[in-house]
Design a protein around this ligand. Structure first.
Ligand SMILES: *[C@@H]1O[C@H](CO)[C@@H](O)[C@H](O)[C@H]1NC(C)=O
Ligand SMILES: *[C@@H]1O[C@H](CO)[C@@H](O)[C@H](O)[C@H]1NC(C)=O
Ligand SMILES: *[C@@H]1O[C@H](CO)[C@@H](O)[C@H](O)[C@H]1NC(C)=O
Ligand SMILES: *[C@@H]1O[C@H](CO)[C@@H](O)[C@H](O)[C@H]1NC(C)=O
Ligand SMILES: *[C@@H]1O[C@H](CO)[C@@H](O)[C@H](O)[C@H]1NC(C)=O
Ligand SMILES: *[C@@H]1O[C@H](CO)[C@@H](O)[C@H](O)[C@H]1NC(C)=O
Ligand SMILES: *[C@@H]1O[C@H](CO)[C@@H](O)[C@H](O)[C@H]1NC(C)=O
Ligand SMILES: *[C@@H]1O[C@H](CO)[C@@H](O)[C@H](O)[C@H]1NC(C)=O
Ligand SMILES: *[C@@H]1O[C@H](CO)[C@@H](O)[C@H](O)[C@H]1NC(C)=O
Length: 442
């Protein structure tokens, strides 16, 4: 019976699609699987599903396609295989409204939706907005600058998406909060928070032995959502002159900052540190021009530590500062509200939160900075990993979005109160409360 499904797979008009809800790599087997033929979905029981998947894996393996797609909504090797053709005649449109942030704008301009497993989506950046219904399949709003007027929903299959890469309480204008607070407005969320419908972090750390392309594919399908387990037998060491790198470091702590007064009170924290150690501050807050790009490497090589302190203490909020500096030959010191050990490998970075005070942290950095073996140990462990960059993460998030849109029936969802999710379930520090920089901020 199963064998007889092979020819069906080979018939392009009969697309096999499977829905695998909450089937993650490291969580117990629990899955709903549907078979899609001629646009009708039939639910399959576990036994059927398992043999179906096993056989498809075998088939794909024969074609030298390694999908490992076990957590996504659909089993398909789309773009790699000419046999499994997705219904790509059906172009789907994604409208992204009001992207003011230049960095994100740049990333969106660089999107290549043909790279996705589902390659039939097209993203348009829309600079104007009215309340007229539009023909897009998905409407995305940059929530922190959301316009009070937005298009009326054209049909129940049109998806409204809350997208945000800025933390709560930080840049939300009142009119923006009022706009996105409309109940039942959104269907999905795309943010840096892990519990978003689509996770779009500022970066991601992976083992160097892993292929980035494969990893991103898994991420796109929702399979891979955490630092993969350490495979103790596979480690890719870097061949670097660590002693020389250490000897060349004549400077101590570097901080480049342009946002001077912050919710996290990092400026106070650093000021306190400066009583016990040397911190060189560049950027708008110090009046010292930040090092130019071409000088950046030199700066990396001179300094022992880089302060990647977040401006807001919010759940999962780890910004590009960390991911940009992490691959350099410098130790990143983080401070934020994210559970960093979920995102970064242990003993490859320093977390201010592990110290009782700015003084304790400073003293530790002084000590570590003068111990070559301990210091280079951090660099060596860090070099076992590489970084998925922000731009790659945005690309992956939009591929996931396209995948979901192609399976919109399985992803039908309404968020009753996005404001509640965004504000109340965030374990942020309360801004009204003085953040005591002299103690643990938990
Ligand atoms: C799907 O449609 C094709 C062509 O219309 C038809 O030949 C085939 O029998 C259909 N398959 C099923 C399972 O209904
Ligand atoms: C799944 O479906 C098959 C075929 O319809 C049936 O023989 C089998 O008993 C079912 N298994 C379970 C666990 O329901
Ligand atoms: C595909 O990937 C899985 C998981 O990474 C691995 O176990 C399997 O051996 C791979 N298969 C091929 C053919 O590369
Ligand atoms: C986009 O991706 C496709 C598929 O990988 C590739 O063929 C094409 O050259 C890419 N386009 C650009 C502009 O990079
Ligand atoms: C260390 O500094 C010297 C002198 O500037 C330079 O030639 C050398 O390449 C540096 N070594 C490393 C590993 O960066
Ligand atoms: C990293 O450290 C934290 C805190 O000490 C611990 O809970 C976690 O299990 C460690 N993770 C790994 C992968 O060792
Ligand atoms: C999106 O949300 C609206 C409003 O609650 C709902 O009517 C619609 O069915 C949802 N659509 C999808 C595809 O989830
Ligand atoms: C949504 O949640 C916010 C914050 O918890 C609350 O103030 C507001 O009243 C809620 N809106 C509705 C319509 O329930
Ligand atoms: C916030 O903290 C509570 C209690 O520690 C925890 O149950 C909840 O999952 C956390 N929420 C998020 C979004 O991390």
């Amino acid at each position: 019976m199963l064998k007889s499904w092979y020819p069906r797979i080979l018939v392009p008009s009969m697309i096999l699609l499977f829905q695998a809800v909450t089937w993650y790599l490291y969580t117990p087997y629990s899955v709903d699987i549907y078979q899609k033929t001629n646009n009708t979905h039939t639910q399959r029981n576990k036994t059927q599903a398992k043999s179906l998947l096993d056989n498809i894996d075998e088939y794909l393996n024969k074609q030298k396609i390694n999908t490992s797609v076990i957590g996504g909504d659909v089993l398909s090797a789309g773009r790699q295989s000419n046999d499994l053709v997705l219904d790509s005649k059906n172009k789907l449109k994604i409208y992204m409204y009001n992207v003011r942030q230049l960095r994100l704008q740049g990333h969106l301009h660089n999107l290549n939706m043909s790279k996705c497993a589902y390659s039939n989506c097209e993203v348009l950046l829309v600079p104007y907005i009215t309340d007229e219904p539009v023909g897009a399949d998905a409407l995305l709003f940059q929530a922190n600058v959301m316009h009070p007027v937005f298009p009326r929903r054209r049909s129940p299959s049109q998806v409204f998406v809350f997208l945000n890469n800025e933390p709560p309480l930080y840049v939300h204008a009142k009119e923006s909060v009022n706009a996105f607070s409309k109940p039942y407005l959104f269907n999905w969320t795309i943010t840096y928070r892990k519990d978003s419908d689509i996770w779009m972090p500022y970066g991601h750390i992976i083992h160097r032995y892993q292929s980035k392309a494969k990893f991103l594919e898994k991420l796109e399908s929702g399979t891979c959502d955490r630092i993969p387990e350490v495979a103790s037998t596979v480690e890719v060491f870097q061949d670097k002159p660590y002693n020389e790198i250490f000897k060349n470091k004549t400077e101590h702590i570097l901080w480049i900052v342009s946002h001077c007064k912050t919710q996290s009170k990092r400026e106070k924290y650093v000021k306190e540190m400066q009583k016990f150690t040397k911190v060189d501050i560049f950027g708008a807050c110090s009046g010292k021009k930040p090092p130019h790009a071409e000088e950046k490497n030199r700066v990396d090589m001179q300094y022992k530590f880089y302060l990647a302190f977040e401006n807001s203490l919010c759940t999962d909020y780890i910004t590009e500062k960390v991911y940009k500096w992490y691959p350099q030959d410098i130790i990143v010191v983080v401070r934020g509200k994210a559970k960093y050990s979920k995102f970064l490998p242990n003993n490859t970075y320093i977390n201010a939160d592990d110290f009782n005070s700015p003084r304790a942290l400073s003293e530790y950095l002084n000590e570590l900075g003068s111990n070559e073996e301990a210091y280079t140990g951090f660099l060596k462990r860090k070099d076992l990993y590489h970084v998925v960059t922000e731009i790659e993460s945005v690309q992956t998030a939009f591929c996931s979005l396209c995948r979901k849109l192609n399976n919109v029936e399985f992803n039908r969802k309404t968020i009753e109160n996005v404001t509640q999710w965004w504000y109340e379930t965030d374990n942020k520090s309360n801004t009204n409360e003085e953040i005591n920089v002299n103690s643990h901020h938990k």
